[in-house]
Design a protein around this ligand. Structure first.
Ligand code: FDA
Length: 394
């Protein structure tokens, strides 16, 4: 049996951050993870460049049943604090859009920084160690893996959510929570592409790869102004991933295909300058040509000369292009989702220390709990913030 003050299940973003923080405080820390390499999700994140934080991260960018829960951790360890850490390590990075920061070189740089911090803090990391069970005893917790058993005073569950099972996602965090009487809220794949019903799939067959700058709104009124992307399975792109966290089965999403202008204004302008030209050709100046051709082919829009379009037709066009309704068939699920919505109920956890209110010495951080960030570096920021808050408390 191996004894440590602190055992952490999960060598992901949250677990490594908590490990280094606790290690620097003089606690003996062991991290156990079933993967071959630490930080596997970090490595594949942001297209291999890891969108490691968002400069604008604030509680409003997170979905959680308690909208105030993330406030304390985010304010005590902010995006600026993580930026200072990567600056100290000399990371080269760049700003993309909307406050998103990415590595210039590779996501491996972030894993290297975390591993260096863990090494400096004297953390032990046991990879290829799948946790099979957790038991409470007189001196704390026993964590049992296939080949070893670990005894600790404080146990941190940083085992993430259910997304990307092939990268080692497991429900262990939820199981441990339930074992100690904590409520686990229903989970759902989020930040995930939509699949379409057959009729829509046929309609947009051949459009795969086309991207359109849009404004997408869910039935609860949440709106994101970013690109959508047609794929061979359905719809993806940042706007779709964002709205997927707010979409529920059976609902429609409304897409404004021309968020920067109005079709009324465009047609008035085209009547002046290009009255003889076809609607198809003029719409192709503001939207991808293949997309317009697909709408015309399906008779969603009829082509005619601009100066022959009636006012009723303009009203219809406006409704169609500014309020394009699409009812997804579903999502691609945990296989491709970036995050898991739901998880360990935050009402069960201290927002200051992340300790379970009903189980002294047991902590939950990162994606395992019911805090889900928007797309854009917010999820890693919550992993860093919750990891630090917990690492300071164990
Ligand atoms: P994480 O999932 O990172 O770590 C959990 C660890 O626990 C894993 O290493 C796993 O092996 C281990 N584990 C699980 N069960 C175990 C068991 N039974 N025994 C032992 N170990 C076990 N976010 C962001 O902010 N910016 C971005 O660019 C991206 N990009 C991105 C791309 C893709 C493709 C995905 C799938 C996700 C993202 N994300 C993201 C989301 C981000 O990766 C995610 O929110 C964090 O990795 C969560 O960190 P955690 O440490 O909580 O869990």
């Amino acid at each position: 049996m191996i004894f440590s003050d602190v055992v952490i299940i999960g060598a992901g973003a949250a677990g490594l951050m908590a490990a280094a923080t606790a290690g620097y405080r003089g606690r003996s820390v062991t991290v156990v993870d079933m993967g071959k390499k630490p930080g596997r999700k970090i490595l594949i994140s942001g297209g291999g460049r890891c969108n490691f934080t968002n400069e604008n991260a604030s509680p409003e960018n997170y979905l959680c049943q308690n909208p105030h829960f993330a406030k304390s951790a985010l304010s005590r360890y902010s995006a600026q604090d993580f930026i200072e850490l990567v600056d100290r390590h000399g990371l080269n990075y760049h700003h993309k859009t909307l406050g998103q920061l990415f590595c210039d070189n590779s996501a491996q740089d972030i894993v290297d920084i975390l591993m260096t911090e863990c090494e400096w803090a004297g953390v032990d990391i046991a990879m290829r160690s799948e946790v099979i069970s957790v038991n409470k005893n007189d001196t704390g917790y026993e964590v049992v893996t296939a080949g070893e058993s670990y005894q600790c005073e404080s146990l941190i569950i940083a085992s993430g959510g259910l997304t990307m099972p092939k990268l080692g996602a497991s429900p262990i965090g939820y199981k441990v929570a339930e074992q100690f009487g904590l409520k686990v809220l229903p989970t759902m794949a989020a930040l995930v592409p939509f699949t379409l019903h057959d009729h829509d799939k046929q309609k947009f067959d051949g459009l795969s790869g086309i991207s359109i700058a849009t404004e997408v709104t869910s039935e609860d009124g949440t709106t994101f102004k970013e690109n959508i992307l047609f794929t061979h399975r359905g719809l993806s792109g940042p706007a779709i991933l964002q709205i997927s966290s707010f979409w529920r089965s059976g609902q429609a999403v409304t897409i404004n295909l021309l968020p920067e202008t109005s079709i009324d204004a465009l047609i008035s302008e085209w009547r002046e300058t290009s009255g003889q030209k076809s609607l198809k050709n003029m719409l192709a100046t503001v939207l991808p040509k293949r997309f317009i051709e697909a709408l015309i082919k399906q008779k969603d829009i009829s082509d005619k000369a601009i100066n022959q379009i009636s006012n009723d037709e303009i009203t219809y066009l406006g409704q169609y292009l500014h309020q394009w309704q699409i009812k997804p068939n579903g999502t691609e699920g945990y296989r491709t989702a970036e995050v898991t919505l739901g998880g360990v109920d935050t009402d069960e956890i201290s927002s200051k220390t992340f300790e379970a209110k009903k189980a002294k010495g047991l902590y939950f951080i990162g994606e395992a709990i019911d805090v889900t960030g928007w797309l854009g570096g917010y999820n890693f920021q919550f992993a860093w913030s919750s990891g630090v808050a917990c690492g300071q408390a164990v």
